[in-house]
Design a binder for this molecule. Sequence first.
Ligand SMILES: Cc1cc2nc3c(=O)[nH]c(=O)nc-3n(C[C@H](O)[C@H](O)[C@H](O)COP(=O)(O)OP(=O)(O)OC[C@H]3O[C@@H](n4cnc5c(N)ncnc54)[C@H](O)[C@@H]3O)c2cc1C
Length: 487
Amino acid sequence: MKSIYDVLIIGAGIAGLHTALSLDDDVEALVLAKDYAWECNTFYAQGGVAVAVDDEDIPSHIKDTLSAGAGLCDEGAVDILCHEGPTVIKEFIEQGFGFDKDRAGNLLYTKEAAHSRNRILHAGGDATGRHIHRFLMDLLKFPILYNTQVTDLLIEDGECYGVRVFHNSKIFNIYAKKIVIASGGVGSVYEYHTNARTISSDMQGICLTHGIALRDMEMMQFHPTVFVQGDAVRKQLLSESLRGEGAKVVDEDGRRFLFDYDKRGELSPRNIVSQAIFSYQAKTGKKVFLDLTNFEEGFFMKRFPSIYFNMSDIGYDLPIDLVPISPAFHYAMGGIKSDLFGRVEGVGSLYVVGEAANTRVHGANRLASNSLLEGFVFSKRVALDIKLTLKEGKKEIKFDENEPSLIKRGDKSLKNELRSLMWNYAGIIRNEKKLKKALNRVEDMLKLPIGKLLRLRLLSSQEIIKSAIDRKESLGAHYIEKKGDKI
Ligand SMILES: Cc1cc2nc3c(=O)[nH]c(=O)nc-3n(C[C@H](O)[C@H](O)[C@H](O)COP(=O)(O)OP(=O)(O)OC[C@H]3O[C@@H](n4cnc5c(N)ncnc54)[C@H](O)[C@@H]3O)c2cc1C
């Protein structure tokens, strides 16, 4: 281990690994992963990468992104995403990555909800994330330290000097000139979610302890079609592309009730589909299913192999069987506030990129498959800024290596209580009474003698709830129930 690295990257998903790929070869960088490399949301991504098909499609990709974002997007960020996206993806293909193609060698684009045309590239059918992740790991030119959890940022006088980590039962500091947070979203604070088990809002919580601003934390996206049964922490996602390619949402009587809520039915934006399913189930008590019988079996196996095999492992014969579904937490639009080069406001040498970041590129609701693209595009900008500023002089400071207890007896049951509280009181359909109840309980929990890791989750949850209370009207993924609403 070096006494000081040029660059330290926290996270080995698309945001972290593509930052690493975009740095110069002679930079001394180190990548940290909390668990195995593949335990990240990138690995589990199914649908694909949204990217403009040609120059004429760029304005339309911008329009769709802004429209999903419901007025909360930063137009500059969206412009960057949609304009720079095609170049970054072209470079990735030139580096040897193979997106799915037809027999004639043309790239295959699929459609997902709220996209006005087919513009989603995919790989290995529905195993896009796994293929991208493996490819980026193969190209990784820097060392990676597994099973390494960042427990604090080393910050003094508005400058970041490194991180404190927990690795092999030891706590120690790692120093770097530039520190990049690429640690993903907040999945584990919710009872039902689709995220990797490593995604638990640690870095968001750490930022709060240092007074670093998070933004739009009320904007949490719930995926409408998730198989939530079973004991697994990470619930099985049934990709948006299924509905994009004709799958139907039906109740136990076979009725396509989504049209009661929005004329676009299954192709409505995912917040509308999630809210409609949640509300329909609550009102009628009926079970809701995904009906895949529009697919021919051979095609389904080839196009959606991960879903096919994962579901067949638990006894479902797809595409024939109806799959019981429910919405589940999926993606955090809110995150650590940053500018369009990933720089964290108020802290020198600290960057954030990927799902952990909030550039407002997704506004109040992320357009399907725009997050892998965000990981590609903004990581390149972070690497560029690092390249331009790495040679600037920086003091060397040593920090102590003390860390309060990370875990205390009793944390586990409080953690489960928090997950259920967040799901039931700060989930898909919110109201002030429920949110305040959740806030009171979270604040009570924060007063208990708890370990630091739980404290970080509680702080992030508190921020989600407070932001949700502050936004009085529904917007995008944030839905406040009102009397007389259809939902
Ligand atoms: C099931 C599923 C399907 C999806 N499908 C799509 C899709 O088709 N298209 C699309 O665009 N998006 C999709 N998404 C969203 C997308 O996958 C994620 O938003 C994106 O991969 C996030 O990338 P990231 O690099 O920011 O974070 P991640 O890929 O989640 O990586 C986070 C990394 O940070 C590490 N980490 C976390 N905390 C710490 C810590 N304290 N210390 C050290 N390391 C830490 C983790 O170990 C991990 O390596 C999907 C998400 C899920 C869950």
